[in-house]
Ligand binder design. Structure first.
Ligand code: ADP
Length: 195
């Protein structure tokens, strides 16, 4: 059976960069969900408020299933809603990439996101949205959290590879941005516009 890895996390945490690195290390094939959605127009409407197209989950899932058949070895599915696209029975392991909200905010600003889109995504990171999605989809045994803050993509990819080789430990529940930001007195400034 093909080994499907899901790399999920809030936009900007570093999924695509780490996936590329991991794909060359394992080796494996990297599939960026947003790229496939855009290239093959697997969409079912437009989110006018966010000025983005809405991915057609069922068509994207079918497309990924097709690609799974085409490939041997590891297939790395990278996307912030990847846990909606790969069924639990087909998953080898899921990695939820996390990034300190201060770093994430800076990355998303550099990416050119507007103020609302930055704060919406940073709030998702603080509130563990992608982790909760992954745990709901797959349960605890196959989901690992990786703190990417202040680490190179190569270090992060190596951390993932060591977990796959069973020399590294799979952790979940290790990140608590709420408590960290609260203790630093900055939580309100991050969440004020979202609550
Ligand atoms: P995602 O796929 O999660 O949206 P990207 O891989 O596109 O994230 O990375 C977002 C931005 O952060 C890019 O500009 C990328 O160059 C940068 N980046 C990615 N990984 C790291 C890292 N480990 N350290 C510093 N910057 C990074």
């Amino acid at each position: 059976m093909k080994r499907i890895l899901v790399l999920t996390g809030t936009p900007g945490v570093g999924k695509s960069t780490v996936s590329e690195q991991l794909a060359s290390m394992l080796p494996g094939q990297h599939i960026n969900v947003s790229d496939i959605v855009a290239a093959e127009q697997l969409v079912c409407g437009t989110d006018k408020a966010r000025k983005t197209q809405i991915a057609d989950i069922s068509r994207v899932s079918s497309r990924i299933a097709e690609m799974t058949e085409e490939n041997e070895g590891y297939l790395i599915i990278d996307g912030h809603f990847a846990s909606d696209l790969v069924e639990a029975k087909n998953l080898f392991m899921a990695f939820v990439l996390r990034r300190d909200p201060v770093e994430l905010q800076s990355i998303l600003r550099k990416r050119g996101y507007d103020t609302h889109k930055v704060s919406e995504n940073v709030a998702c990171e603080i509130l563990d949205i992608c982790l909760v999605d992954a745990l709901q989809a797959y349960g605890k045994g196959k989901v690992c959290e990786i703190d990417c803050s202040n680490k190179s993509a190569a270090t992060i990819a190596e951390e993932i590879r060591s977990i796959l080789k069973k020399t590294g430990k799979c952790n979940v529940g290790i990140i608590d941005w709420l408590t960290k930001l609260e203790s630093e007195g900055t939580l309100d400034s991050f969440l004020a516009s979202e609550l």
